[in-house]
Design a protein around this ligand. Structure first.
Ligand code: GMT
Length: 374
């Protein structure tokens, strides 16, 4: 199958899932054509089945806002036609699904039909998509796609709740390559961060409001009073300055380190004892799955799709959004040496259920179903 993948090339979960899916499909012998505005950050190597088509945004004095969607649609038309693609898989509805729809309609006039599959990732429905400035287009594009998947049952439910959808949506969970995300021996690293054998708590995110990083710091501030521990914050985003200020006010800067964006996040996760994801909303929680694959238990909120991943009392604990006291109590329980190994083992076992070997075939099956219907 010759497949076009349209995605964001950034560190964000939707771009990561799209890139990893493309890589896995390429390994299985399918030529994969990535169409995006810059090289996806996990695509920095040569593979005979992977192609990259850059969407170049040209500026023109008239445009206060460059019309990316139009440029993307034109690029899709070009790539589908010249590379003779069988299928187009777009990740994150805005604006990829509408650009794909426009391209499909243009190609129709040239006697070519390109089936479109749209994968909904979360904020394209829950935060951004349902805003009236996007909603009619998002709903239309979901209804017009030849296939639609959502990364959790909860996101599928949300989509039906927020929009007038009259078609099926297939829930296909996110996945991970457990051969890459695994606990590695990095004792020297642990020693450098936790010289007195403190416990290491990790959070990774894009530091947007929805991630509630302030709750991570509040939980840590309670935990450290009972369990000698350090906090590593990985990633970057708009809330970072606020969080730095919070750490200063609490006087805990010596125990908190900001690492910024990291490529090899699995190296940090390899020395972690606990991962915290207290998000307000989270359609799946890929970062938590990455932690679990590295044998790190998870303290999370019970928002969105998190209960489909984190199992209460087994792989970690879930609490209501903002309940930092309960999160801290549960964190202390997990960090107790008498409990930690069991949680680690369970986290790994659960993560294995989301290995790419199990999930990627579900996409292939779905592609075939869509192609058979088109
Ligand atoms: O979490 C973010 O803000 C990034 C966002 C994205 O589009 O990259 O992540 C969403 O998609 C991920 C991959 O499917 C999911 O694992 C995240 O849960 C989801 N984020 C939210 O729903 C807030």
């Amino acid at each position: 199958m010759k497949i076009g993948i349209v995605c964001y090339p950034t560190f964000g979960g939707s771009g990561v899932v799209a890139t990893e899916l493309g890589k896995a499909l390429a390994e299985l012998g399918n030529p994969i054509h990535f169409i995006t505005y810059s090289q996806p950050h996990r695509l920095d190597f040569f593979h005979e089945n992977i192609f990259y088509h850059e969407v170049t945004v040209k500026s023109y004095p008239l445009f206060e806002f460059a019309p990316y969607e139009v440029i993307l649609a034109s690029k899709i038309v070009d790539v589908v036609k010249h590379e003779k693609l069988d299928l187009l898989h777009v990740h994150y509805a805005i604006p990829h699904a509408s650009a794909a729809f426009m391209a499909r309609e243009i190609l129709k006039t040239q006697g070519i039909y390109i089936p479109i599959i749209t994968t909904l990732h979360g904020t394209d429905i829950t935060l951004v998509g349902k805003d009236p400035s996007f909603a009619p287009v998002v709903a239309f594009c979901i209804n017009q796609s030849d296939g639609v998947t959502a990364v959790s049952e909860d996101l599928k439910k949300d989509t039906f709740e927020h929009f007038d959808i009259h078609r099926e949506i297939e829930a296909i969970p996110n996945f991970i390559d457990v051969s890459r995300f695994r606990k590695q021996k990095k004792d020297h690293f642990k020693k450098a961060i936790c010289p007195n054998d403190e416990k290491l708590i990790v959070h990774t995110s894009n530091f947007r409001k929805v991630k509630r990083v302030e709750d991570v710091v509040s939980v840590f501030n309670i935990v450290r009073q009972t369990v000698p521990s350090k906090l590593l914050l990985v990633g970057d985003g708009p809330e970072r300055v606020l969080i730095e200020g919070m750490c200063r006010e609490l006087g805990i800067c010596n125990d908190v380190r900001f690492l910024g964006k990291l490529d090899a996040v699995e190296e940090v996760l390899s020395v972690a004892d606990l991962f915290i994801m207290p998000s307000e909303k989270e359609s799946f929680g890929l970062a938590a799955l990455e932690a679990m694959a590295c044998e790190v238990p998870v303290i999370s909120s019970n928002a969105g799709g998190l209960p489909e991943l984190n199992i209460q009392g087994k792989t970690g604990f879930l609490s209501n959004v903002g309940d930092v006291k309960e999160m801290a109590k549960n964190a202390i329980f997990i960090l107790d040496n008498a409990n930690l190994q069991e949680f680690r083992k369970n986290a790994l076992e659960r993560a294995k259920e989301f290995d790419s070997n199990h999930i990627v075939p579900k996409y292939l099956e779905y592609y075939q179903q869509v192609l058979d219907k088109s």
